[in-house]
Design a protein around this ligand. Structure first.
Ligand code: DGL
Length: 215
């Protein structure tokens, strides 16, 4: 079966690689939109206009399921996109629920783009799963581009993470797929203090459930 994976840039590539490794019997088609990234500083309306033709290309090329490997797109547009497309769309969203279940301190750090943090879906996730949990949201607005361009300012990333750790957070959620590429660095910064969550394993599990239904 052909599985489409979409992101604005290299974030989705990390997810596509993980899917290919876990499901070698399927074909993974990855598309991105590097020309227009970062999406995380764009409005949902702008993003919709960019994403729709690319998802259509994946459908036209025979994908029977598509992983929207972009928290920014999923949190702002997944309902709309599901109205437009009949293939199953698997959404990557911030892992607020598992983070809230894991934290002992009652404090978590969520690293995400400005558009994700401003979305109604993100507010809904926090209200549903993390009432009473302190959610620290460092300013990661420049992270996706610096990861895309391989110009990572390690000092800036360390400062952004350390300030949340100093407040006592014990779980860090990577809620932008670009940040998967600096997961090791963040794990090292957090070692012994905080767990780091990113969604590749649960997304692969969900994709497997969807593929079973399609077979
Ligand atoms: N990788 C995307 C995400 O998961 C966003 C990157 C961007 O800002 O374009 O949110």
């Amino acid at each position: 079966m052909k599985i489409g994976v979409f992101d604005s840039g290299v974030g989705g590539l990390s997810v596509a690689n993980a899917i290919e490794k876990a499901l070698p019997e399927h074909i993974v088609l990855f598309k991105n939109d590097v020309e227009h990234m970062p999406y995380g500083v764009r409005t949902p309306e702008q993003i919709l206009g960019l994403v729709t033709p690319i998802l259509q290309e994946l459908v036209d090329e025979g994908c029977q399921a598509i992983v929207v490997a972009c928290n920014t797109v999923s949190t702002t547009l997944i309902k709309k996109l599901r109205e437009l497309f009949s293939v199953p769309l698997i959404a990557i969203e911030p892992m607020i629920k598992p983070a809230a279940a894991l934290t002992q301190a009652g404090k978590i750090i969520v690293c995400a783009t400005p558009t994700t943090l401003a979305s109604a879906r993100y507010a809904e996730l926090k209200a549903s799963y993390a009432p009473g949990i302190v959610v620290i949201e460092p300013d990661c607005s420049d992270w996706a581009l610096m990861i895309q361009d391989e110009q990572i300012n390690e000092t800036k990333v360390a400062e952004d993470i350390q300030s949340g750790l100093k407040e006592g957070a014990d779980v860090i959620v990577l809620a932008c797929t670009h940040y998967h590429w600096i997961e090791e660095q963040i794990r090292e910064l957090a070692a012994g203090r905080a767990q780091v969550l990113q969604p590749e394993s649960p997304i692969i599990a969900e994709l497997k459930r969807v593929l079973v239904r399609l077979q």
